[in-house]
Write a protein that binds this ligand. Structure first.
Ligand SMILES: Cc1cc2nc3c(=O)[nH]c(=O)nc-3n(C[C@H](O)[C@H](O)[C@H](O)COP(=O)(O)OP(=O)(O)OC[C@H]3O[C@@H](n4cnc5c(N)ncnc54)[C@H](O)[C@@H]3O)c2cc1C
Length: 656
């Protein structure tokens, strides 16, 4: 039966589900005035934080975003169509907690809030409390007529009834929710292991070993790790830093300040982590910037005109990242880097750079000559190859030599991080790489480049490099890593790390071909990275059933020659985020954004940032408005049907 209430279901109550709810509340009075709107929010985890930001996770696990840079609310910079309804950033909320204006929080959160600066990295548990409060605040200030119910369970399917209503089935509930529109804000949903991972799971089971498949470290069971046990850790990104801290401080050890660094005092319960990756170098520390609001870099070369021109090739497979966009990215990064390098030390060189650099093409002989003349020391020049593969060509005599090299690298990175982008050209370049993601995203998302280019240049190279250089952990994590290497708790393995499952011996074997003598045999292997969202491998019942029914599909990026690259991204339409069915038609009442649509858009996992016209907030607004319009369209149809019925009733002649 059709009701006169507009019903919307949001699947997933993490940050994006929360944003979508807030945007429905903000837009309802304008798009559905006088109309009752009911929002069903479904998530087995606590609303607001959802699964990633649970408040009962170890407090050692930190965000890698500073408190002043986290929000779920719109601000004056957001150019969405709906009304702006500001709310506190995480930092502003921490101030409210510290000042006693918010009291319904845990004692741990109060203690954390009291110490918090805008540039602090909150614990993930704290973020969970901020998001939980935000969710409650949004519900409390919801306009008249808008109501919300929370279903603390899993959504298992969405089907369409003959009258066009969406029926969302929930685990443990007999009757489906009947709604006008569904928002799939499912974030990092569950996927089946890859073939390689399954092979390692089976191998570990056969030999009684421990294999930790890609997972969120907060969810991994590490209780089996014994003191002194060698554990191979594959991956040196953000996940690695989580495992590093869970298996050190989380085991009762302590870091104490020593000089301008840290020393680790072990508890004796730690394993020995043999850690490596392809690059062999852990993610670089974020720069320390002691400001509440850090403006976004405004590019000089990747302008709106350039982006619009590059977008003309979208969908044709003719645009190539490396040929058409990377030169602009490289020029922009070098422009920032060399200005920062020369501005204080070589004012004349700086003046010449400013006069000549903008007119030259990246990589041209004249550009190279200019750089050579201005920066005679090759070690000081910005070198993408060296940034990407810092250990290449060095030649290490053995593990001690590699350890010495990597500790020097980490210490140098820490020094740059503490100088910040104002005083370190390296960190100025890293900051701009991070900000330029917006422009890169604008060009390459929604089939902006060819499939081959997306696969080879983005998935296999640029995304990883960007994360490594520009999206690393807080500087304290690098200081802690240094202390753990010195304490022998972390043993860096070296670049081009290889791990094999040794069937005869029943062990994992890890080594680096670039560091002689690094062979490590262990009974435990930890994959230190998140599983990639991939709708083709979804074990999440809702997404899996949608795909099986041809109601959604994996995103495809064409090449110019007729081939292409199928990614695991959930295909959605550009700007309206409607889920695209197997036959290529967009569904009018189903929407998705965030991690499920990765590769349709680039770098979707990042949460909303204040003061930067956040894409997440724009997208949430657009989706919320579409949901309300969908409901209003049904009500208009109901009104039309009622009118037609009344008309028929008055014109039919009465019998007899
Ligand atoms: C360990 C980790 C650390 C991170 N750290 C940072 C950071 O410091 N800064 C940053 O900007 N980003 C970070 N991220 C990225 C993170 O993805 C985003 O910040 C943000 O959490 C994404 O929000 P979301 O709402 O899109 O997805 P999520 O936060 O993943 O939320 C999705 C929700 O959907 C629910 N869900 C899924 N399927 C169903 C279903 N079938 N039925 C009901 N509910 C369902 C899940 O339970 C979950 O609660 C981190 C991610 C991880 C995994």
């Amino acid at each position: 039966m059709s009701t006169r209430t507009i019903d919307i279901c949001i699947v997933g109550a993490g940050p994006r589900g929360t944003v979508a709810l807030e945007r429905v509340c903000a837009n309802a009075p304008l798009l559905s005035p006088g109309q009752d709107v009911h929002v069903h929010v479904v998530d087995p985890y606590p609303v607001g934080g959802g699964r990633v930001w649970k408040f009962d996770q170890p407090r050692e696990l930190l965000m890698n975003t500073v408190a002043g840079d986290v929000t779920v609310f719109t601000d004056q910079t957001v150019t969405c169509e709906g009304p702006l309804t500001p709310g506190p950033t995480q930092y502003q909320w921490a101030r409210m907690v510290a000042d006693g204006l918010v009291t319904d929080v845990s004692d741990e959160a109060k203690a954390e809030a009291a110490q918090m600066e805008a540039w602090s990295y909150a614990s993930r548990a704290f973020q969970g409390e901020y998001l939980g409060w935000s969710f409650r605040h949004i519900v409390e200030r919801a306009p008249a007529g808008v109501s919300v119910s929370v279903h603390q369970t899993r959504a298992v399917s969405v089907t369409e009834s003959p009258d066009g209503m969406q029926e969302v089935r929930l685990e443990g509930e007999d009757l489906p929710l009947r709604v006008d529109a569904v928002v799939l804000a499912q974030g990092h949903y569950d996927v089946a292991p890859t073939t390689r991972e399954q092979h390692l799971i089976d191998f570990a089971a056969r030999h009684g070993l421990h294999y930790v498949a890609p997972n969120s470290p907060a969810e991994a069971d590490l209780s089996w790790v014994t003191a002194g046990e060698p554990v191979i850790v594959r991956g040196l990104g953000l996940n690695f830093y989580d495992y590093m801290i869970l298996l050190s401080e989380g085991r009762g050890g302590h870091f104490v300040t020593e000089g301008d660094g840290l020393r680790y005092l072990p508890s004796g319960e730690e394993p020995v982590m043999y850690a490596g990756s392809g690059r062999g170098m852990p993610y670089r520390a974020r720069a320390e910037i002691k400001q509440e609001v850090v403006p976004r870099y405004k590019p000089d070369f990747i302008t709106a005109t350039e982006i619009a021109e590059l977008r003309l090739g979208a969908g044709t497979g003719r645009t190539d990242f490396l040929r058409d966009l990377f030169p602009l990215v490289a020029k922009e990064v070098a422009w920032v880097y060399y200005r920062a390098l020369l501005k204080d030390t070589a004012p004349e060189g700086h003046a010449r750079l400013v006069a000549e650099f903008p007119g030259l093409s990246w990589g041209s002989p004249r550009m190279e000559r200019l750089i050579e003349e201005l920066v005679p020391d090759p070690e000081l020049r910005f070198d993408w190859k060296r940034l990407d593969r810092p250990a290449d060509g060095i030649g290490f005599a053995g593990q001690a030599a590699f350890r010495e090299w990597i500790t020097a690298q980490l210490a140098e990175d820490l020094r740059h991080s503490r100088l910040g982008p104002e005083r370190s050209a390296v960190k100025a370049a890293a900051a701009v790489m991070r900000d330029l993601r917006e422009e890169v995203r604008a060009v390459i998302s929604h089939q902006g480049i060819s499939g081959a280019s997306y696969r080879d240049h983005i998935d296999r190279w640029f995304s990883g490099l960007n994360n490594y250089a520009a999206s690393g952990p807080p500087a304290t994590r690098v200081a802690q890593l240094l202390a753990l290497v010195r304490a022998g708790i972390v043993e860096p393995l070296g670049p081009r790390m290889k791990v094999s499952a040794e069937e005869d011996d029943g062990v994992f074997l890890a080594s680096s071909p670039d560091v002689p003598g690094t062979e490590v045999r262990a009974t435990a292997l930890v994959e230190a990275h998140l599983p990639l969202t991939d709708v083709r491998r979804a074990t999440d019942p809702l997404l899996a059933s949608l795909r099986a029914a041809g109601e959604c599909r994996a995103h495809f990026i064409p090449d110019a020659d007729g081939g292409g690259y199928e990614t695991g991204g959930l295909d959605v339409t550009e700007s309206t985020f409607q889920v695209v069915r197997g036959d290529g038609t967009p569904h009018p009442a189903r929407f998705s954004y965030g991690p499920p649509v990765e590769s349709v858009q680039w770098v979707t996992a990042i949460g909303a940032r204040p003061h930067v016209n956040s894409r997440t907030l724009l997208q949430g607004d657009s989706i919320a408005r579409s949901c309300l319009r969908q409901g209003m369209a049904r009500l208009a149809r109901l009104d039309a049907d009622d009118a037609a019925r009344r008309e028929t009733a008055t014109t039919v002649p009465l019998a007899g």
